[in-house]
Design a protein around this ligand. Structure first.
Ligand code: C2E
Ligand code: CA
Ligand code: CA
Ligand code: CA
Length: 282
């Protein structure tokens, strides 16, 4: 038993070593990723649900992609946490903001309808003193009105320090920028905070949407979130919509907007523009 215990311990540490070796490798590679042009954005369309079975593209969510020559595509779920602990998320996040808004300008010039751009914010960026001014500066540089930018902040990041969150939200709101709460339902925001948060939208987490067809509890949760949001004057957008059944349920409950593979995967900018043009020409 003693020997087993020691083996288990050794196995554990070597696995930990492998993990931290990979983390170190990624960290070093990530430091150069931006200057080497390995970062790009994909865009996933967001749809407003309209009368009948109509839907209309109202915006795009910018999603960061990293392609490394040897490591291949590295998932944001793996590299964003590394970018956060190293502080690299600050320059990378600024690049994402600038690039996404510049893309919006290019789509405008190409004749696409006026969309809003949703950009994900890390808690690290959110806590940084300079964020409201930085956002204002980038908007001015690129020439996009603040109303067309929507910043997505996870519920966890907002609840990390609600007092700070309220201050930053107020500062962004004063500049005309809209905020949404991402992954809503996975954290534990108290309803009293939700009232104080300057947000305009709740993004219902995909974990609830996934099981809508066979899980009565998830249906009840989604229904309750949509009703509560309505009562608080907030919009709802359901993420990860993959089936017609999920869409029908969300429509019936009065969810205003959706996003998911049923409509489109996240696309490179050029493919997104083609997706838009194909929709308007039919
Ligand atoms: P998120 O913000 O919750 O983004 C939604 C994720 O779900 C994206 O994964 C998207 O590709 C995926 N998705 C969209 N529709 C569907 C669907 O119908 N089914 C399924 N199964 N998945 C769907 P992705 O692009 O891998 O991003 C993962 C996470 O990485 C994001 O979750 C976000 O938290 C983070 N992230 C991505 N880009 C950025 C960024 O620029 N800044 C920061 N701070 N975080 C980012
Ligand atoms: Ca998001
Ligand atoms: Ca989300
Ligand atoms: Ca997420």
């Amino acid at each position: 038993a003693k020997r087993d215990g020691r083996n288990a311990y050794r196995f554990f540490t070597s696995e930990m070593q492998a993990q931290s070796a990979r983390a170190l490798l990624l960290e070093n590679a990530l430091r150069r990723a931006q200057e080497r042009g390995q970062l790009s954005l994909h865009y996933q369309p967001q749809f407003a649900l309209e009368d009948g079975d109509q839907s209309r593209v109202i915006g795009a969510e910018a999603l960061l992609r990293w392609q490394h020559p040897e490591l291949g595509w590295v998932s944001p779920a793996e590299f964003i946490p590394i970018a956060e602990t190293t502080g690299l998320i600050l320059p990378i996040g600024e690049w994402v903001l600038r690039e996404a808004l510049s893309q919006l300008r290019r789509w405008d010039a190409a004749g696409l309808p006026q969309l809003t751009m949703a950009v994900n914010l890390s808690a690290v960026q959110f806590r940084h003193d300079d964020l409201p001014d930085l956002v204002e500066r980038v908007l001015a540089d690129v020439g996009i009105p603040a109303q067309r930018l929507e910043l997505e902040l996870t519920e966890g990041a907002a609840m990390d320090n609600p007092t700070v969150a309220i201050t930053v939200m107020n500062e962004l709101h004063a500049r005309g920028v809209r905020l949404s709460i991402d992954d809503f339902g996975t954290g534990y925001s108290s309803l009293s905070y939700l009232k104080k948060f300057r947000v305009s939208k709740l993004k219902i987490d995909q974990s609830f949407v996934r099981e809508l067809s066979d899980d009565a509890e998830d249906r009840a949760i989604v229904d309750a979130v949509i009703r509560m949001a309505g009562a608080l004057g907030l919009q709802t957008l359901a993420e990860g919509v993959e089936t017609e059944g999920q869409l029908a349920f969300l429509r019936r409950q009065g969810c205003q907007a959706v996003q998911g593979y049923l409509f489109s995967r996240p696309l490179p900018a050029e493919a997104f523009a083609q997706f838009m043009l194909a929709r308007t020409s039919t």
